[in-house]
Design a protein around this ligand. Structure first.
Ligand SMILES: C[S@@+](CC[C@H](N)C(=O)[O-])C[C@H]1O[C@@H](n2cnc3c(N)ncnc32)[C@H](O)[C@@H]1O
Ligand code: SF4
Length: 451
């Protein structure tokens, strides 16, 4: 089904990505380091947790970047940051009071591979000293192929990393120039070969659409090239243009950005090309080989959404380290200070660096469950979820009524108490999920477009 401009106009509204619920703009200073301390101390014994470490440094700035990162020309600030991370790890583990078992570690950024090989190895040693990193733990690292040299790959392998996620975005010269990210295909191929040669078998790649000067043909060509490297998973993100938050995005000429219809065609072109290469679509923007654990989690209804996107990580607790890192607990979410100096000062003084967060009310948990099932399974049984959370089965009568236009437009279907997002509605799933967001329109946050 091709989408009409009027349909796009109706539904391509700014909506959150729902990597958490409530979403980050609704975190507030009422949840602070004291909450975090209590939540850490209350960690159930023998509960397996996941860890996230944020490394906010890059060699150069990509003009599209929406991540919490900055350019580090000298290494000294990165070395200082590594030392601060080590202090934070010891501080948090001290509050937990034992070596908590860890099933997953995710290094994100920015570019964690900007850490010198010795610093990365040291940090992993410190993590293993303070946490019981299980023998089969998944240890994943986001890496930039442009700076991923042999020494770094060796360090990752030696540290036990078993999954790498490579930023690729687009492989066409014109687009690469416009986004300030020159990365020829042979560099990407060499990075994949290096990782696999070192025994890091699981490779993810990030692609993007909606970039300046990018065409549908560019998207297809990029997909065909990267598919020849057989990544296990891909994410295909729509460029979120938020220059009011990320001022370097002003380097991107707005008149070079594709409009809504073109963006939608690019997203579909990527999905079609990936399907032709044997990848299965997972949720809004992920693709996986059918034998990949993410595809299996989708089949089993175990797929989850977290700050890294889609995951098969079943852990209820995620502990975040580093500036801006978000932690997830049964009680709610916490986020470390975003300004670098505030994070650094807190940790240097032996204090937790959490500055804001949100405690979950029973209704938040229910709405979170509905939004997560819609974003993961493309369907949710409202009555069943309401019952499971102790709410009346018809708690969402108003929301169900609000879905009527989307049902009429073929984006969603309702059968009994089950809401299902159709294949035509896949790229609008955030808009369907937003109907169940109890905070949307309450003033905080300005989001990127739906498609
Ligand atoms: C932390 S980066 C990946 C690792 C490494 N820094 C790199 O770029 O190679 C995370 C990913 O977020 C995506 N991304 C960054 N800014 C974005 C934006 N404004 N809109 C959509 N996706 C974005 C890119 O696909 C990028 O690869
Ligand atoms: S996309 Fe990756 S490499 Fe580029 S600026 Fe953002 S975090 Fe850094």
């Amino acid at each position: 089904m091709d989408v009409s401009p009027s349909l796009l106009e109706r539904y391509d509204r700014p909506v959150p990505r729902y990597t958490s619920y409530p979403t980050a703009p609704h975190f507030h200073a009422g949840v602070d380091a004291a909450h975090y301390r209590r939540w850490l101390a209350a960690l159930p014994e023998s509960e397996t947790v996941s860890l996230y470490l944020h490394v906010p440094f890059c060699a150069e700035m990509c003009w599209y970047c929406g991540c919490h990162t900055k350019v580090a020309v000298r290494y000294a600030p990165i070395a200082d940051y590594a030392a601060t991370l080590k202090r934070e790890i010891a501080l948090v583990a001290g509050i937990i009071g034992r070596r908590a078992p860890v099933g997953r570690i995710h290094w994100g950024g920015g570019t964690p591979t900007q850490l010198a090989p010795d610093d990365f190895l040291d940090l992993m040693t410190v993590l293993r000293a303070h946490f019981d990193v299980r023998p089969h733990a998944e240890i994943a690292v986001e890496a930039d192929p442009r700076t991923l040299d042999d020494a770094r790959i060796r360090a990752l392998a030696e540290a036990g990393v078993n999954r790498a996620s490579l930023g690729v975005q687009d492989l066409n010269d014109r687009v690469q120039k416009a986004i300030n990210r020159i990365q020829p295909f042979p560099r990407v191929a060499a990075a994949v070969e290096g990782l696999r040669g070192a025994g890091i078998g699981a490779v993810n790649m990030d692609l993007m659409y909606g970039l300046p000067y990018q065409t549908e043909a560019d998207v297809r060509r990029t997909v065909d090239l990267v598919a020849s490297l057989h990544p296990d998973r891909l994410a295909v993100f729509g460029y979120a243009h938020v220059p009011w938050m990320k001022t370097h995005q002003k380097m991107i000429r707005e008149d070079a950005l594709p409009g809504g219809l073109v963006r939608l065609r690019q997203a579909r072109a990527a999905a079609e090309a990936l399907a032709a290469h044997g990848y299965r679509p997972i949720g809004l923007d992920h693709f996986a080989r059918p034998d990949d654990s993410l595809a299996r989690a989708f089949d089993d209804g175990r797929l989850k959404r977290n700050f890294q996107g889609y995951t098969d990580d079943g852990a209820a607790i995620l502990i975040g380290f580093g500036t801006s890192a978000i932690g997830q607990f049964p009680q709610g979410y916490v986020q470390n200070a975003v300004p670098f100096h505030a994070y650094d000062e807190a940790i240097a003084a032996g204090r937790l660096a959490v500055r804001r967060g949100v405690a979950l009310a029973p209704e938040d948990r229910l709405r979170r469950a509905i939004i997560e099932r819609l974003m993961c399974d493309m369907q949710a049984d409202l009555a069943q979820l309401a019952r499971a959370h102790g709410f009346p089965e018809d708690a969402f009568a108003a929301e169900t009524a609000a879905l009527a236009p989307m049902v009429a437009d073929g984006l969603a279907e309702i059968a009994g108490s089950v809401v299902r997002i159709t294949e035509a509605g896949r790229f609008f799933m955030r808009t369907v999920a937003a109907v169940f967001d109890g905070y949307l329109g309450t003033g905080r946050g300005r989001h990127s477009r739906a498609v």
